[in-house]
Structure formats: C-alpha cells, structure tokens
Design a protein around this ligand. Structure first.
Ligand code: AMP
Length: 629
C-alpha cells in the first residue's frame, strides 16, 4: 500500500471527524452542522447533525451558473432507437415541473413516492424532484413482479407511485402498468395517485379513472412554476431502497441526506478519480444501488455528464458499448463482471472497432471478478480495469483501488484495500475473533459506519440491529460475505456466507424464492440454492418435494415452479433447474442442509453429513441433479 493512501486511510479512521469535515466542504450546506458525528447510541451513527442541505440542489442548481449548457444526462436507448440529451438547465426545468406536480398532489417532506420505471431520463427527473421536495423515493427495479412490488408498497406506504406504460428488454415489450395494477390490488396501503409516463409503447395501457394521471400533461401545465428547494436536516431520510436478506421480507435500506450527499461527492473524486465536466457511464439500472449512486447522484453532484442506457451489451451488436464510449467521449465506466462474461463469448474484435481513447478506467462490481474475465477485458480494451466491492447497505464502495488518491498495484481477483472510512477486517464465522492474513473469515466493519452507509432499516431499528450487528460479541457490521486478506492487506471476496444468492450481480434471498415456490398448491417443501453459473456467476436451483396426492410430471412441476417465481419475485429469480425429490436432506434438528444441496448441484462432494437425519435424501438429490457422488 502506498504511503499516500495509507495516510489518507489512517486519517479517515483515527481522526474521522476531522476527515469527514473536510469532505463535507465538497457540497453546499444551507446551514452548517452542529456536530460532525453523533455516535451516542452505537451502532447508530448520525453524520453532520443539525446541518441542512438538499441533494437535488447539490446535483443541479449548484451547477447552473458554471454548467448550465453542459449535458447533465445523455440518454441512449438501443431498445427504441432514440437518444435524448438534457443540459443542466433543461434538467433543472424538468425537475421543477415534476416537483410542482408532486407538490400539487400533496407530496411534502417525509412523504414516500414509489418509482417503478424503465431506464428513461424521466426516472432521474422523478428521483431528483422527490429530493427537491424532501420527499423520500423508493425506486423498485422494473423487473420485479407484482407480489414483490406490493410488499414494498405496503412497507413504504407511498402517497404517489410513478410508472410508465412499458419498458423494453432485449427487444421484448414489458408492460409495466398491468403489473402495477396487480400490485396495487394486492396491497393494503395503495398510493392515492399513480402518475404515468406514456411512452407510446403499450397502446392498450389500462387506466383507472380518478387515480391514474398523465404526468406529461400535468407537467406541461406547470411551465413557469417555481418550487423552492426544501432544506432537509442531515439525518432525515433521502431514500429507501429494498434489498433481499436471509428472511422472506425485503429490508428497506434507509439512507440519510447529508452523509449520503457528502459520501457520493467524495467518492467521485477519491475512488473514481473523476473531474467535473467529464462523462461517466454506469451500465446498471436505476432500480439497484449502483444506479442510484452512480447513474444518478454521484455524477451530477460532481458536475459530470451521466450516460443513461436502455439496452443490452450485445444489441444491435457486441460493439455497441464501445460505440457509445466513442460517440460520447466517456471517461470512466462502471459495469459488472456478468457483462464482461457476456462480451467474452463474442469475438474480441468488437472491442477494437471503436476509438475508446477517452476511456481511462473501467470499474467492475457486484460479484466476484474472476481472473480470466479480468485479463480478457483488460487486454482487449486496453484500459485500467479495477474491481471494487460494495453493497446496497454501504451505498458506495467499501473495498477499492482509490485511483483519485493513488493507483495501487492491481492484483487480479482482489478489489484491493479497504476504502477510507471503512474499518474492515475478517473474523472467524463462529467466534468473531480476528482472522490472520491468509485465512478465510467473514468480512465485517467496525462501526461507526462512515457517511452514506445505511442509517437503519426503514421503520425497524431492531431489524437493523439484528441483521447487521448481532453476530458477534463485539459490535461489528456483518456484510454476509467471506473474504481473505493477504500479507499485503489486499482483500479477496469469496462469496456469501449466508443464504443469499447473487445472480448477475443482483442479490436474491433464498427465502423469498422459497416462499414464492411453496405458495404453489402442489409443493410441500422446497429448498432454493445458488449454484455456480458460467455466465451469471450464480443461478438458482430449486429442489422440491411434492404433496402426496400430486400427479404432475417433473416437467409440469418445473414449468409451474418457474411461473410461480416469475409471478412473485420476477424473471430474474427464475430457477435454472427444478428437481423433484422425495425429501430434503435435514439435520436431526430439522434444518435443511443447503451446503450439501449446493455442493451436489455443482457436481461436488456433499461434504460433512454427520448431522444428517436420513441418508436416502442425499442419494435422491444426487440422482436428481446427476452430479458426482
Ligand atoms: P447488492 O447489495 O445487491 O449490491 O449486493 C452486494 C453483494 O454483492 C455483496 O455482499 C457481495 O456478495 C457481492 N459483491 C459486490 N461487489 C463484489 C465484488 N467486487 N467482489 C465480490 N463480490 C461482490
């Protein structure tokens, strides 16, 4: 580790208040804070207490004088073959109109707004309009099914929901509105109004009179309206983003206002090494944390141009990303290892068809980056490729090679060092004792967590404590990941230690999937596990036990199970394989031995079975998955 980074990092941990006070200068404060950090009630950490700011003001208004004519958003859709640009000034105008519409519908500070939209610029406008009013948005990934959306509606209790007629994925139309209607029907706390963005894709969009309103029509009437910035106390929530955990109900990760804004602005400088005026492209979706932080907030906070892309990496051909990089002179890019593996199946000549000389760095995150994929993309693209690690909860990277401070030597397979502010260590899974270098442990962070990390779980402080801080005698934040630290303090993330599956960089809870499957009348019991998948990192395999009187064939069961998951969780969680067995392998105390199921589904030995109740269950699964013994 360079001397320079070591000093930077050490100061962030040992003199955290002084360190974060300096970082806070990167944003505009309407009122200065009274205390940099309130850690009177660990592990709850409140940053910049008493300070007042506004995220939208910092993203847009603050740049108007110097960057009014600079593009804030460049939207490229290879799904509908359109592009649209919005300068900072145009974006500001759009935000004011949307904010005025929301305000007139009674949306005020602290109210929740659910945003269920495809990758269109209006999604960013809607998010920023909420921020301007001090309203709390909760963006739900457009691929989630009605059941999942309903669960989020009931937890967040939004006043308004914003959606569109449809999205497009790989050339296929996904009708959003009927999904929203079903979710609202199934929810107990339905929003009063639904604002619609009509893209003209779904000509038969169903409408509920009185509840559904056309957002463009309402916004047009707000020309010339003024909406004052609502100043928000630093600790107040800026947004809620739901994520899967080890239970069936998703957790609402609650982000504060001041810490979030400071952390993201600082990360653009120190981690991503970006300058205002440059162009940034994160290929994620606004429904995920990467989309929130690095499609929307951080690039705009830093006065950059953000690329918003609706499309896949290989349509119309596998050179499309590099064409966009060339056309828009992208300087820094952020994607996921899955995307690299998709491109790797194609001829590398596609990567050389375009002049990508503007591109300095490609950052990857979301799942372990295997060394062959790293080497392939590094060699063929010819730019610096950096793995970095973080979670929905952290909001910004926890392990990274902070190029803005100092580019460190890259070790393929490692996201490098703990990021400033993150006091990370690896501990023994059972005892919580610190693990020495070279030995696997669970990745944890010593609190207080830095600015920008989750403040709590929405409406459930106890769940915050139980999920993240109750694993060990010492108060430690539990990431749920295994990691190993080498002698040079490089961290290698090995995968989840808990029952969470990571499909193409997206976190799915096994419980959620199991609950969806066991809702089918033919299913008595189910275990869903994540197994290695060449393309997506992990895929879901479902092992089911049928009720006694069921006469369906295995194929019919597989179709029914997949449909059940599509309908309740979303196609992203659809099992790759479904196997019917007579019973699940359980311990004598009745706990399903998932580790053994995963091993067999991956063709490995089932491992230690000393606590197994019934041996035939193992033979049964072995036969079903056709793996090695
Ligand atoms: P999510 O909260 O959905 O963004 O998922 C976070 C999880 O993705 C982490 O807990 C890890 O399991 C995984 N993850 C993210 N980045 C990396 C990375 N660079 N290497 C390995 N795993 C990662």
């Amino acid at each position: 580790m360079s001397e320079r980074y070591q000093q930077f990092f050490r100061r962030s941990i040992k003199e955290k208040e002084a360190f974060w006070e300096v970082q806070a200068e990167q944003i505009y404060w309407h009122r200065k804070w009274d205390r940099v950090l309130d850690y009177d009630n660990p592990p709850f950490a409140w940053w910049y207490v008493g300070g007042e700011t506004n995220t939208c003001y910092n993203c847009v208004d603050r740049h108007l004088e110097a960057r009014g004519d600079q593009n804030a958003i460049v939207w490229v859709s290879t799904e509908v073959n359109q592009t649209r640009t919005l300068t900072y000034r145009e974006l500001h105008g759009e935000i004011i109109r949307y904010a005025a519409v929301l305000r007139d519908l009674g949306v005020a500070k602290g109210d929740r707004v659910i945003i269920y939209l495809p990758m269109i610029p209006e999604a960013l406008v809607a998010m920023l309009a909420c921020m301007r009013l001090g309203a709390i948005h909760s963006v739900v990934f457009g691929g989630f099914a009605p059941h999942n959306l309903a669960a989020r509606i009931d937890d967040a209790r939004p006043k308004v929901l914003i959606t569109a007629d449809a999205g497009m994925r790989a050339g296929k139309v996904v009708r959003y509105k009927p999904l929203v209607d079903r979710a609202i029907e199934a929810s107990k706390h339905a929003p009063q109004k639904v604002l619609l963005i009509n893209r003209g894709i779904d000509k038969d969009m169903p409408l509920t009179p009185g509840r559904d309103l056309d957002l463009a029509e309402l916004a047009a009437k707000q020309d010339g309206a003024t909406v004052e910035t609502v100043w928000v106390e630093s600790r107040e929530p800026s947004y809620i983003l739901y994520t899967s955990g080890t239970t069936g109900t998703p957790k609402g990760v609650q982000r504060d206002t001041g810490g979030h804004t400071v952390a993201l602005a600082a990360s653009m400088k120190h981690i991503y090494g970006c300058k205002p005026g440059e162009t940034y492209w994160a290929t994620s979706d606004i429904g995920w944390v990467v989309g929130h932080s690095y499609i929307v907030y951080a690039p705009l906070l830093h006065g950059m141009t953000t690329i918003v892309y609706e499309g896949t990496p290989i349509n119309p051909d596998p050179a499309i990303w590099w064409k966009i990089v060339e056309e828009h002179r992208v300087n820094v890019m952020f994607s996921a290892p899955t995307a690299v593996r998709i491109l790797r199946r194609e001829d590398p000549r596609y990567m050389r068809q375009h002049n990508v000389s503007s591109l300095r760095t490609l950052f990857l995150a979301g799942e372990p980056l295997d060394a062959p994929s790293y080497h392939w993309v590094h060699e063929n693209l010819g730019v610096t490729v950096l793995d970095h690690y973080w979670q929905t909860e952290s909001g910004w990277p926890m392990l990274a090679n902070c190029v803005g401070v100092q580019l460190e030597e890259v070790k393929p397979g490692s996201p490098t060092f703990p990021v400033y502010g993150w006091d990370l260590l690896t501990v023994d899974d059972e005892s919580g004792k610190v693990m020495p270098a070279g030995q696997r442990g669970v990745l944890v962070a010593r609190p207080p967590l830095p600015p920008g990390a989750l403040s709590t779980v929405w409406g459930d402080d106890q769940r915050f404590l139980d999920s993240y801080f109750s694993h060990y005698p010492e108060l430690l934040y539990y990431t749920g990941d295994y990691a190993i630290r080498d002698a040079d303090n490089y961290f290698f993330v090995l995968g989840r230690a808990d029952e969470v599956i990571n499909v193409a960089g997206h976190r799915l809870g096994t419980r959620e999937i199991e609950e969806a499957i066991s809702g089918h009348p033919a299913i008595a019991e189910v275990a869903a596990v994540g197994v290695k998948d060449e393309l997506k990192g992990q895929a879901v395999v479902a092992i089911v036990v049928l009720k006694n009187d069921v006469t369906l064939s295995e194929e019919e069961v597989a179709v029914a199970v997949k449909k059940q998951v599509d309908d309740q969780v979303g196609p992203i969680a659809r099992p790759r394989e479904v196997h019917v067995v007579a019973g699940l392998p359980k311990t004598r105390s009745g706990k399903v031995i998932r580790r053994a199921i995963t091993a067999m589904a991956e063709g490995r030995d089932a491992g230690d079975l000393s606590t197994l109740e019934d041996e035939t269950t193992i033979e049964d699964i072995q036969k079903a998955v056709g793996g090695a013994s």
